[in-house]
Design a protein around this ligand. Structure first.
Ligand code: ADP
Ligand code: MG
Length: 339
């Protein structure tokens, strides 16, 4: 789509290739392993799903000044942009198919930045087995904006849903919760006496989420409901509770906390509540009947992803966080919202 007719002349950008050279030099190499991408030389890409499969589609946009800062490493911005989308595919039990990339580039983005960005995508494409299928590139007078749409596949009707949690099910979550919140706090310059290892761990949990694809695909047919935890554990469990029409009860003392987060925030119910309302975890929260615990443990072994039982599904509505005495813990702001 061209700019405002006649009023916008394309500028030669002194510090980066023109639109078509950029696509050919920087992005086309990332499409190499997808035959239907035609080396980004066509209007659109085509992809063939295995017979009897559904396409799973998800998108996330990251905006300079909202999700990352201009001075953050381009490699890490790229990898986080891709990984937050892969985390959604993981929570839906999907296998990766490909992704689309839309970029709105302000003038400060130069060739070096673009190369770093493409390198980051390359590293994660190789790690997660996914290729670039296409996208769009425009200039903008505003902030750098990165949109990624990820495509996955599941056997027909098999996508894991937020709906489906049943009374009596147990509630589980992968990994540890709150690390990214701690990492963000460190990046924002809070004073602390952490070891360098703990600090690096928490910061990397913020900068580089770990999509649980291997575990997610094994959850199909086991989890009754599943979602990716991105805005805060309590808030996100609220989505399962809403669409499944159940009450979710979480034991604060069972919320998995990393040793590094405990070193930063301390142990105890207060920390658990804070961790459960911090965002950017990119873990999978799911419900399943207790009878499947052995099978779930096998899935954990096979994928190398740990999970923890944190609560149960009851009749009713909403999410309750309980302290060790069984009293409800107040959570003022259960999760992140943009507006
Ligand atoms: P059109 O004008 O037909 O929309 P474009 O000139 O925008 O086509 O894009 C040409 C090709 O380059 C298409 O295959 C498109 O998918 C691809 N492309 C454009 N920008 C990007 C990008 N940022 N990342 C990946 N592919 C891109
Ligand atoms: Mg286009």
């Amino acid at each position: 789509v061209t700019g405002v007719a006649g009023r916008m002349t394309p500028k030669d950008h002194p510090n980066r290739p023109g639109e078509f050279a950029m696509i050919a030099q920087i992005f086309a190499p990332l499409s190499g392993s997808a035959p239907g991408a035609f080396g980004l030389s066509d209007d659109a890409a085509s992809c063939t799903l295995p017979t009897g499969h559904d396409m799973v589609v998800t998108t996330d946009v990251l905006v300079e000044g909202v999700h990352f800062l201009r001075d953050d490493l381009a490699e890490l911005i790229a990898r986080k942009s891709l990984r937050v989308n892969l985390s959604d595919l993981a929570a839906k039990g999907a296998d990766t198919v490909g992704y689309l990339l839309t970029l709105s580039l302000p003038d400060w983005v130069d060739t070096g930045w673009l190369e770093g960005f493409a390198n980051g995508l390359r590293v994660d494409q190789d790690e997660f087995g996914i290729a670039l299928l296409g996208g769009d590139t425009t200039s903008t007078p505003g902030p750098l904006t990165i949109g990624i749409t990820a495509l996955g596949s599941v056997r027909r009707g098999g996508m894991l849903r937020r709906a489906g949690a049943e009374v009596g099910d147990r509630v589980f979550v992968t990994g540890t919760i709150g690390d990214a919140g701690g990492g963000l706090e460190i990046l924002q310059g809070s004073e602390d006496s952490l070891s360098e290892a703990d600090r690096d761990f928490l910061v990397s949990r913020y900068l580089l989420p770990q999509p649980r694809l291997g575990f997610g695909t094994l959850l199909k047919g086991l989890a009754t409901a599943s979602l990716d935890v991105s805005d805060g554990l309590i808030a996100d469990l609220g989505h399962i509770s809403d669409v499944s029409g159940v009450r979710i009860v979480v034991e604060a003392s069972n919320i998995p906390l990393s040793p590094a987060l405990a070193a930063l925030w301390g142990n105890g119910t207060g920390t658990a509540a804070r961790a459960a309302s911090a965002g950017d975890d990119y873990e999978i929260a799911f419900t399943a009947p207790e009878s499947l615990l052995q099978t779930l443990n096998a899935a954990s072994q096979e994928s190398g992803v740990v999970f923890t039982e944190i609560g149960r599904v009851e009749e009713g509505s909403g999410v309750s966080l309980l302290d060790p005495d069984g009293n409800a813990v107040a959570v003022d702001k259960p999760g992140f919202t943009h507006f």
